[in-house]
Design a binder for this molecule. Sequence first.
Ligand code: AGV
Ligand code: CA
Length: 313
Amino acid sequence: MSENVYLNHDGGVDDLVSLFLLLQMKNINLLGVGVTPADCYLEPAMYASQKIVDRFGRGKKVEIAASTSRGKNPFPKDWRMHAFYVDALPLLNEFESTQARISTLPSHEHMIKVLRDSDSPTTLVFIGPLTDLARALKAAPDIEQKIERLVWMGGTFLENGNVEEPEHDGTAEWNAFWDPEAARVVWDSSILIDLVALESTNMVPLTLDVRKKWASQRRDIGVDFIGQCYAMVPPLVHFQTNSTYFLWDVLTTAIIGKKDLVKKKKVKCIVHESGGSQGRTELSENGREVELVYEVDRNAFFDYITELAKQNK
Ligand code: AGV
Ligand code: CA
């Protein structure tokens, strides 16, 4: 039996690589893709998504929908520019790209329609902010029953998050910080949540050995694609900075295809909605239950995504 999946991404390098990998997985029925203009600019993120589906979608018909959502705390422009670089890769522009259809609906409405039209429940994979999901739940509470579970890249219970912005205390993760209210709305629902927080994504930084491995296997066009994508962002070399790149979203997507890459545990937590800690997720007995992904087999993870990327398997 194949698993229904709806992806909502926000156009970062690892978001677009995640879309690519999801398209390579057997037994995954990708029902649609929403694109949120959070850690990206919308147009290049839409075009890049379309080109990835066309070039690497193995003939699958996947519709893409643009979000009309806006966040509270904008992402830094430098990061948002990454979608332009991926969209411009010669590898994605070799042929005319006009196959994958763009929906006329905004992505939260597109997701509502896809969920309602599906006979069996769907897994939601959100690798950016939760704004579209919060809006969909408000507009159509009935979709909750059509959601198998939500797998979200977001949050952290560590002392340090990854937000370094004025007027913030640094405890939040960016996807939660972009729209803390949306996270709270989703927290108030009864959807099962798997949380891929910084606890696990910190274990998968982009490093030079991984880049080297992809370079050595670049004759395969799929491996070349991820190698090209991860050439655009800074690896971890001497020490971690604010712009150091991790495979946040790719880890989140990988566990859709291979569950035993990670360990999970149940925790109860709340989300801070406003003030100096906005976007912070915090353990609390009064909070709601989530399954926290807290450990990952790093080598197995990189082996898995590299094998998955191969077109000439
Ligand atoms: O907080 C991680 C999320 C992920 O969904 N994004 C990047 C991933 O797509 C925001 C982010 C945090 N630090 C970043 C980010 C960085 N150094 N560069 C780009 N994006
Ligand atoms: Ca993302």
